[in-house]
Design a protein around this ligand. Structure first.
Ligand SMILES: Nc1ncnc2c1ncn2[C@@H]1O[C@H](COP(=O)(O)OP(=O)(O)OP(=O)(O)O)[C@@H](O)[C@H]1O
Length: 707
């Protein structure tokens, strides 16, 4: 029998099962709709208990229906034939037949673990592992691994030669794909690592660290939903571009509840995308900034009145600059938070004025309480207080650092003279362009240093509350919207995440670790990264210390990933040569896929560069189906974007820093020599060179970058 016939027959066998699964799915969908309708009918009974029951029933039925309605591409993607003779199908969700026998096992269930973990050396009771590829409801391909040939029953067929490679060769879309059908054993170990403590995943470019982190989030939500969906999972990535790129992975796994944030948008109210130069970012990210900010947060307000003069019942009461300074300092002793002790500051002003009035023997001086009430009624006095000790927002105080004199005063003895000079000017655009990504951690620190002005607490609305006026949240969409509303509400100051995932952790600065740490005090953690890809040019020891502090003494489990699934071996070879120039002993992952296409390096002069870049990009458009990343030096993004203006949307222009974590089918990397000398230099170039799956072209005016 020919190979094709065998394959067709095996496909037909699997199609039968897949048909059964979809038929059952349709049945379950009908049941869920019916349950939802019956739920509504309970409302007619009219008792409170019936309403609660109705609500719960409608909610569960609607949730189930929503899960079933989700278009699952490749709902069933695996089959295990076990030593015992049993067969399990593995898929994106668990489905049972009407006799409660499993038709599909959820990929996260213990029974599915062997699908990812079994190897020929350790088959875990699996004889044959089969990967089933399909397009919607139609089975299109099969790839088998025979794990235990000795135990294979007569006639067992084995077809295909590698689902993994087939999946890797697919063109990239705008967003990252899930890898649920082809998770590899070393990745599975990290995904199923214990829920508590800290899971640390390291590995070179393209080894699946991000994929692992996201699948781990889905796994945790499955294994202990009440804990992780209830407390929330926070996923932090380096940039907005990156967060958009990974945003579809969890929904494709049926999980919608995780909160995704970039480092620039972790603090409510900000969505920063501007970056500082590497030198500036290293200073802004250093823990020493805390001391600088603390001094700023205690300083007098620029332009505030330096004296208070009040004519009270014919007597001049006066507080001069020194008095006001003394009062402010006294109120701000021992780390007091400026917004929270405003009332103490005002009390001290009243006390001083009262003492003066008494000493001056003001005629008809009333009781102190009445004296205070009289002053508080006076507009001039109130205006003074407001100007002298306003309510501060973190942004207001950070903007003081744009003043060179203030910056010098706050940083004196904390930062070196050179560092102060480097920082100067880096806060100038705060007012017009908003914060840089590094500034956001400083704003968060100031928020902590100054506290929040006291406001009456708003009563939070619980969307599941059914008493009093019965909020009838009755469809799944309503419920989801209500849950999201609750998330948005808790986002304002939410710090009690049950799990925090930090991606590209090698770039998180000490100040940023503090910012993330505040939101994960009670959390377990997954921290993934690759030290060789860091853009951090500050003190590495400080970085380690601050990370350790954020993670606390929780137990750590470490995993290393060793295979590069992204780059063709030809492309990774170039990236590897570059990183070896500064880290000759670095263990590098092995790239498993070869395309036979060598990367191209084009040298041209500055005048010809724009046209050459456009031509090379057009060439890539004709050669690959998926995305094309045009990677530029950080300061030249906008200029180079003009060069490719009007080309299809598949072409995405990003800086070498924004390219972190991203992936494209083809990459045109412009001015590598400039990237190598910018910012974190060679490491950033290494990142940029390891973004492409199929084609890499470097182009620039200086050939000297290639080792
Ligand atoms: N087991 C797998 N099966 C199929 N594809 C995989 C697998 N593991 C990783 N990939 C693919 O490899 C690519 C790289 O994965 P990912 O972005 O998670 O790597 P990374 O380690 O975070 O990379 P980097 O550090 O370079 O940002 C992605 O396209 C991902 O889907």
């Amino acid at each position: 029998m020919s190979d094709t016939t065998v394959l067709e027959q095996e496909i037909a066998i699997e199609q039968q099962h897949v048909d059964r699964v979809y038929a059952r799915l349709a049945e379950l969908r009908r049941d869920a709709s019916r349950a939802e309708k019956e739920g509504y009918q309970l409302a007619g009974v009219g008792t409170f208990g019936a309403l609660v029951e109705r609500d719960a029933m409608v909610f569960h039925a609607a949730r189930r229906r929503h899960a079933l309605d989700t278009e699952y591409e490749g709902l069933v993607f695996g089959r295990l034939d076990l030593l015992t003779g049993a067969t399990h199908y593995v898929g994106r969700m668990g489905i049972r037949d009407d006799g409660s026998k499993p038709l599909v096992v959820d990929w996260r269930a213990p029974a599915a673990a062997a699908f990812y973990r079994a190897t020929p050396a350790d088959p875990l009771g699996v004889v044959r592992r089969r990967m089933i590829q399909s397009s919607r409801e139609k089975v299109t391909g099969i790839e088998d691994d025979l794990l235990d040939p000795d135990a294979a029953p007569e006639g067992m067929r084995v077809v295909g030669d590698g689902a993994l490679l087939a999946s890797l060769a697919k063109a990239t879309g705008r967003g990252m794909r899930d890898i649920v059908a082809t998770i590899q054993r070393e990745q599975d170990d990290a995904i199923r690592s214990p829920a508590s403590g800290v899971t640390i995943v390291t590995g070179g470019p393209g080894t699946g660290k991000t994929a692992v982190a996201l699948h781990r989030a889905a796994y945790l939500l499955y294994s202990d939903r009440s804990r992780f969906a209830g407390g929330g999972i926070l996923v932090v990535g380096p940039s907005g571009v990156f967060v958009d790129y990974i945003a579809t992975v969890l929904p494709s796994l049926g999980e919608e509840t995780a909160t995704l944030r970039s480092l620039g948008s972790l603090v409510p109210g900000w969505d920063a995308t501007r970056v500082d130069s590497g030198e500036v970012a290293a200073i802004k990210g250093s823990l020493r900034m805390r001391r600088v900010l603390e001094r700023a947060s205690h300083d007098a307000v620029p332009g505030a009145p330096t004296e208070l003069r009040l004519l009270y019942r014919g007597t001049l009461l006066r507080l001069g600059a020194k008095d006001l300074d003394r009062i402010r300092r006294a109120a701000l002793q021992r780390g007091a938070r400026r917004n929270e002790v405003r009332g103490h500051g005002f009390d001290r002003v009243f006390n001083d004025l009262w003492a003066q009035a008494r000493d001056a023997k003001v005629s008809g001086l009333p009781e102190k309480r009445e004296f205070e009430a009289e002053l508080a009624d006076r507009t001039d006095f109130r205006e003074f207080l407001k100007a002298w000790w306003p309510r501060f927002t973190p942004m207001r105080v950070l903007r003081w650092l744009a003043d060179p004199g203030r910056l010098r005063a706050y940083a004196n003895g904390v930062l070196s003279r050179d560092e102060i000079a480097t920082l100067q000017g880096s806060f100038d655009a705060l007012a017009t362009e908003g914060p840089t990504i590094s500034d956001v951690a400083l704003l968060d620190e100031l928020d902590e240093l100054m506290g929040r002005p006291r406001r009456p607490q708003k009563k939070s609305k619980n969307p599941f509350h059914v008493r009093d006026g019965i909020q009838e949240v009755s469809t799944f969409a309503d419920r989801q919207a209500a849950t999201r509303a609750q998330q948005v509400q808790r986002d304002e100051d939410y710090r009690d995440y049950a799990h925090v995932v930090v991606d590209e952790s090698q770039d998180v600065s000490p100040m940023q670790w503090r910012m993330i740490g505040r939101r994960g005090q009670y959390a377990s953690w997954t921290v993934v990264g690759d030290p060789a890809q860091t853009a951090w040019s500050g003190d590495p020891a400080e970085l380690d210390r601050s990370r350790d502090r954020a993670l606390g003494s929780r137990k750590r489990n470490s995993y290393a990933l060793t295979t590069n699934y992204r780059n063709s071996s030809e492309i990774f070879e170039v990236a590897a040569k570059v990183i070896r120039t500064i880290m000759p002993d670095l263990p590098l992952p092995s790239a498993v896929r070869s395309t036979g296409v060598e990367p191209a390096d084009v040298v041209t002069d500055a005048r010809g560069l724009p046209e050459t870049v456009r031509e090379l990009t057009e060439k890539q458009l004709s050669e690959v189906d998926g995305t094309i990343g045009l990677i530029t030096p950080v300061p030249r993004r906008d200029e180079m974007a003009e060069w490719v203006a009007g080309l299809p949307e598949r072409v995405q222009v990003v800086t070498a820093l924004e390219a972190k974590g991203m992936e494209y089918d083809a990459v045109v990397l412009v001015e590598p020599a400039q990237i190598a000398t910018d910012l974190a230099g060679v490491r950033t170039l290494y990142v940029a060179l390891s973004r492409a799956t199929q084609r890499l072209t470097t182009v620039g005016t200086d050939p000297g970058w290639l080792p």
